[in-house]
Design a protein around this ligand. Sequence first.
Ligand code: DMJ
Length: 565
Amino acid sequence: MSWSTTPQLRWLRPLLALFAVFLLLQILMPRSTYTQIQHNFNGRYLAQPERQNAVKREFLHAWTGYQDHAWMADGLLPLSGGRKQQFCGWSATLVDALDTLIIMDLNDEFQDALNATLTIDFLESIEGCEVNLFESTIRYLGGLMAAYELSNDARVLPKLIELGDMLHTAFHTSNGLPCTHCKLLEKDLDIKPTEDAILADVGSIYLEFARLSQITGDDKYIETVDHVSQVFAQVQNDSSIPGLWPEIISPAAIGGDRTDFARKSTRFALGALSDSAYEYLVKTHLLMGKTRDVYESMWKRASREIKRFLLFRAYIPNANEKDVIFPGIASRTFGDSEAMLETRTEHLACFAGGMFAMASRIFGDPEDFYIGEAITNGCVWAYQNSPTGIMPETFTLLPCTNTTQCEWSDSCWQDQSNRPEHCMNGNCEQFKFPPGFLQVSDASYKLRPEAIESVFIMWRMTGDEYWREVGWTMFESIIEHTRSAFGHAALLSTMEIYDRDAYEKGLMVRKVLARQMDDMESFWFAETLKYFYLLFSDPDLISLDDWVLNTEAHPFRLTESVRGF
Ligand code: DMJ
């Protein structure tokens, strides 16, 4: 008699059968390598309350400036204490900062800000204001929606609908594509789709309007999103680099000669003008990929061409020690087989590090993780090697000619750097920039978030403390140079204090502060300081497994049944 037929052990049989089924399923079920976006921290991370508090203190310094000097204006002027109107006067800074106030546990400040927000009339604006659809969608709609998601305050919902409906009228055109800059509040206005539009202005509306439908149950917003995304999918191969959309597109072409949509320009990039049009393919798939496959297919096609045409390995000191990649700008005229790569890169393009890293998990392509990491390394390099410790807005690097080896030679770089096309105002006498930076065409820093955004994503995805360390140094440099009487100020130049002699003696010129400009964009509150804060927080706070952040860092909750990962 075997043990399984022993009467005393017969009760074991159903259990064994269950176990066998379980084992069989384990063998037969296709296994996904990735089950989540965030690293499995399991409580194993260092709490960094001092650093978090330091970020919060800086936030409060600027917030107090805004409260005292520019309350309910679109922005504060951080040097003069003045106020500015930038986006129709609906208090852009106030709305953009709401969710950061919640995340930082600034409850009294949040209640004051929310009460003020509820008095904004989105159906009135400053005289004759042209609504910037992109900025209003990512800052106002995104900001209000995240405040609603995080506070669950029912009073926000009617405001959200008022604003959503007003912005939605931008799509009330003959072909359902938007007018990106129109006086939407003017009565009886015949709204026409824009002739020449910035790619990101049209291609970055999916996330906010799709989530608005999920929240309200009103499908009209998602129908608009579906239509726009279908158009982008249809024209994806019409441009001079099939798979990519150029920096300028023509919404007005749809309904006429469709191919003109993607033929207004032959320049392609990941920075200004284009950035979030690619970011939203990944993020919108995350938000609703179980119900739509268009974002995944667009991303897979586009990312292949991004890797082929836009990314380059840079010739910088120690390039062999760490993989460093930068996004550049590609051009190709119709009919040409060759594309030209301009190795000019931008702070704005640093978001691509986080985008590729997240895409690797979402679409299961491990190679993309290394691309994301290498892009983030590039941005960190630019911070670490600028004299202020802050990456400039736009600069040119030499590309490595060999894809595997990239041996640095100071003299070779100096020769290149001294070529007339790289000299500033024809003056080749001095070395203007630290080794690696060939030309810096815009040395300013506008308080932008993209580099710390990618560093934050790398930390949340790997749990590697390295990212928090480099992030902290970035924070210290930014605060050192940008802190002003009323807030934090954009910088005229991250480079002007460069001194070759000091550099060669191993001294970074840190004592001299960069010149400040009287400007502080609302994304300083919405994005830059939020990412710094979240880098040092408990990784469960706004976990990337539960939330998707829009391009202005406003978190939207992921719904289990529809989320695409
Ligand atoms: C922000 O408004 C958003 O991140 C946008 O996608 C790009 N520009 C700014 C920040 O630099």
